[in-house]
Design a binder for this molecule. Sequence first.
Ligand SMILES: Nc1ncnc2c1ncn2[C@@H]1O[C@H](COP(=O)(O)OP(=O)(O)OP(=O)(O)O)[C@@H](O)[C@H]1O
Length: 368
Amino acid sequence: MSRVEARNLWKIYPGDVVGVKNLSFVCEDKEFLAVLGPSGSGKSSTLRMLAGLEEISKGELLFDGRVVNHLSPAERNVALAFESYALYYRLSVYENIAFPLRARGLKGPEVDKRVKEIAELMELTPHLKKRPGSLPGGLQQRVSLARALVRKPNVTLLDEPISHMDQQVRHEIRARIRHLHDELGLTTIYVTHDQAEAIALCDRMLIIHQGELQQIGTVEEIWNYPANKFVAYFVGEPAMNFIPALAKGTNQIVIPGETEEFLFTFEGEVDPKYVDSQVELGIRPQQIEVSRERKVANSVSGTVKILEFQGDKVVLTVSLDDQPRSEVKAVVAAQERYQEGERVWLYFPPPVIHIFVEDLPIIHREKP
Ligand SMILES: Nc1ncnc2c1ncn2[C@@H]1O[C@H](COP(=O)(O)OP(=O)(O)OP(=O)(O)O)[C@@H](O)[C@H]1O
């Protein structure tokens, strides 16, 4: 329905507080883009500028190639839904959903058709005559989403719409949001600080930190090719491990120990200028292979300190031998039955080793 393009957007609040810093990105027509970042990173400021609720301090915002900086929210035809439902509790569910249509001058049969259509999609038909106050939270949020989307907006902006709901309801509404997005051919920008939610919903993710764009890409791109150490750490649960190491060659590094060195080779190459430099080896807990026997290469030994049970998986915190201050997390299947105090070997497969210098990745690796 609309392609959104932000060109060097800034939000500067009174007192020179920078909310958003020189942000550029594109959300393609019919794309589902999740905006993910920690608290205070500028997610809501960005969304509010897109919506027209907050003035753009600098830069340009384009919908389908047309600059919309000075258009009101209504003129931009954006749909907005926040965490709070902001429903009209004196009106029926039907009238709540009809409200934006009537406000635009639509009449009788057209209103009726559109309300019933969206109610059907959101499975609200049995509730149309009820007052929103008589419905549980999950249903109220469905009404709020139906009301936001009934106008067939150019762009749908959702700001943590389900973050306050319990897990069960969140899963259900999440699936409905994506279904609606696909059915109605919407362009959706969805703000969240919950990465599981972003991963489950989006086509691409935009990662923001301290008001600045860190990376935009598919979940796979961000997982496999994080643009910097912040993204590498922020996306993934448990987070990526970072271990101090020394570059030995253009595709070899060592984790030095007091009595032994552990040598690792990795896929791809680093620039020869890094050879003999201090680096950080990054490895995701989910990609470490844990065993009770030593593998020939690419492994380091340690002792299991903590076990965290997560259903069919267990997160092990392993303190590396020879390096009392280095701890590494690794995810294993629960049936492996590792014990606290047990000695283990951690194997790091060459294709999934990351190396960082000054927070930036330095391996050149062919992307498939
Ligand atoms: N109205 C305002 N006046 C002054 N500063 C503001 C205002 N709104 C936001 N900020 C500041 O701008 C920065 C970005 O805030 P923003 O609310 O956009 O972040 P966020 O990522 O949405 O955070 P959260 O997840 O906590 O809602 C923060 O430093 C915040 O304190």
